[in-house]
Design a binder for this molecule. Structure first.
Ligand SMILES: C[S@@+](CC[C@H](N)C(=O)[O-])C[C@H]1O[C@@H](n2cnc3c(N)ncnc32)[C@H](O)[C@@H]1O
Length: 293
């Protein structure tokens, strides 16, 4: 395995951090080195210094950087992950959201699986909406799944999964919303048609500013890889992307505490969701609100 000099490791680490928010500490040096070694062999480059030069000066479109990032991301995911949190959404928050929207005459529901990996979470949310909204036919439902990694997004679009990915899917849902195919389970078109996938870097400010009008955002098991500065930036975008009264879910080991006081914490039966206050600061420009947080 190719070693990485401290300077080369730090330079690659800084590049990755600045563009993606993923923060590698020194314990990850061997991991980064092994991924760089793979690219050196594939590109037929002499060593890490040449690779760093290649990244800096011979990659104007950022395609090599993208390839490196895809080797460095952790894509672990499965359907109905962190089940109790999904139950909080399905049993408590979704009915409240839906009631509020019915009263306002708004029949559109938009959910975002931010950093969706292979799509398991996005399809899980679509299944929950399909199964839990009694008057589903009266709604216009959309789930947006985004990730920085193009490889996982192509798996997401194929919508075919092995047994491990669906191990936590309740049996009735497995029967209702999946077809058995060679080598696994395929999400049925009825669910697929509710979900749209897009490549999106959570640290790409202009792209993030285009995402608006979400009723609930799930961003789970991603911010653990970021430092506080990057988390703050992403949370600020999530705040702006949500409708007032909308919810944000983070992973179990993640929290907005210390980072932002813009959200109200809702705790039900030990599970936590963050709510954008209903009527706060409307009309105040986003950059002023962000500065105040
Ligand atoms: C561990 S998976 C989490 C998947 C899913 N949310 C879950 O909880 O099961 C983390 C995902 O975050 C994505 N990711 C990491 N940094 C990102 C960034 N800056 N922008 C968008 N996605 C990112 C990775 O590509 C990976 O697919």
């Amino acid at each position: 395995m190719t070693g990485l000099d401290p300077e080369v490791f730090e330079a690659i680490r800084d590049l990755v951090y600045r563009r993606t928010g993923i923060a590698f500490d020194d314990r990850k040096r061997a991991f980064v080195a092994s991924r760089v070694a793979r690219r050196l062999a594939e590109l037929d480059l002499e060593g890490p210094v040449e690779y760093l030069r290649h990244l800096r000066y011979a990659d104007p479109e950022g395609s090599e950087f993208q390839t490196l990032v895809e080797l460095l991301t952790t894509n672990e995911t499965y359907f109905f992950r962190e089940y109790d949190q999904l139950a909080l959404f399905a049993n408590h928050l979704l009915p409240e959201l839906a009631d509020r929207k019915r009263e306002a005459g708004d029949r559109r529901l938009r959910l975002w699986s931010a950093a969706c990996s292979t799509g398991d979470e996005a399809y899980t949310l679509a299944i929950i909406l399909r199964a839990c909204l009694d008057d589903f036919e009266d709604w216009r439902v959309e789930v947006l799944g985004t990730d920085i990694d193009r490889r996982v997004l192509s798996t997401a679009r194929r919508a075919t999964y092995g047994r491990r990915a669906v191990k936590d899917v309740p049996q009735p849902y497995l029967e209702a919303y999946f077809d058995r195919v060679d080598g696994g389970f395929r999400v049925r078109d009825e669910i697929r048609s509710l979900v749209r996938f897009e490549q999106l870097n959570l640290l790409d400010d202009p792209a993030m500013e285009r995402i608006r009008g979400m009723d609930t955002t799930f961003c789970r098991n991603v911010l653990i890889y970021f430092d506080d500065a990057a988390r703050r930036r992403v949370l600020s975008h999530f705040y702006d992307a949500l409708h007032p009264g909308g919810y944000l879910f983070l992973g179990h080991s993640e929290s907005v505490a210390r980072i932002s006081d813009a959200f109200e914490m809702q705790r039900v039966e030990g599970e936590i969701a963050y709510r954008k206050p209903l009527e706060k600061e409307e009309g105040v420009p986003a950059h002023r609100r962000r500065a105040a947080r």
